[in-house]
Design a protein around this ligand. Structure first.
Ligand code: GRF
Length: 212
């Protein structure tokens, strides 16, 4: 497979640590791909600043200014112009418009800071996720990279990593432990995609052996 072209979508005031992990892995050659564009929803996002510092082009496509239909149209146009093979949501706190999900079916990934299908869905992001995990009494948490379908957090699971929950954990200490695993899991999932090794079969994503 040829080197893939990746776009990363961030939103709001996202810090962009997953975005940075993917860009870095591409730049050091671990992923056979290139992040050609980071798309934000507003100018002030620290993630966009960070992308620029890493030499990656950025663009702002603002759903609040454009309205849902025009937002979808502009996203599709921007992704098409950049000839993107894979779209990575990284701290993208909204639903991707259905026309984009359909146009890029099997080519959009998201990362979630818990072990899906638990602790996902609307309103389950950041602090809310980790608090719910602690309150549930579970002894492990983790992160999930999955393909994106229309609803929140329901698409086929590509990679998961676990972390232990410690007696003294607060949502902040748990979030930090999970975040370190997120960066590795997301890089692994994108790398597998770039190698052409992911095959979706119903709810399952089969990881094919490396090409000989
Ligand atoms: C991560 O915890 C990710 O799982 C969630 O949003 C957070 C984004 O963090 N979807 P960052 O912007 O990648 O640092």
């Amino acid at each position: 497979m040829m080197s893939i072209r990746i776009a990363i979508l961030v939103s709001g005031h996202g810090r962009g640590s997953n975005m940075a992990a993917i860009i870095d892995a591409c730049q050091r050659g671990e992923i056979d791909g290139q992040v050609v564009l980071v798309i934000g929803t507003r100018d002030e996002a620290p993630a966009l600043q960070r992308a620029t510092e890493k030499g990656v082009s950025t663009e702002v496509v603002s759903p609040s200014k454009l309205g849902e239909e025009e937002y979808a149209r502009r996203l599709l146009q921007t992704l098409g112009d950049a000839q993107v093979d894979l779209v990575c949501l990284a701290g993208f706190m909204r639903l991707l418009p259905p026309p984009v999900v359909h146009a890029y079916a099997g080519r959009v990934m998201n990362i979630h800071p818990a072990l899906l299908p638990l602790f996902g869905g609307k309103g389950m992001y950041g602090e809310h996720v980790h608090r719910a995990v602690l309150e549930s009494g579970m002894k492990v948490s983790g992160c999930t990279v999955h393909f994106v379908d229309e609803p929140y957090d329901t698409g086929p699971i590509i990679v998961q990593r676990c972390v232990p929950i410690e007696e003294e954990d607060t949502w902040e200490t748990l979030a930090a432990r999970v975040l370190a695993q997120e960066h590795q899991a997301y890089v692994q999932a994108v790398k597998l995609f770039a190698q052409g090794r992911l095959r979706v079969e119903g709810r399952r994503v089969r990881i094919l052996p490396p090409a000989p």
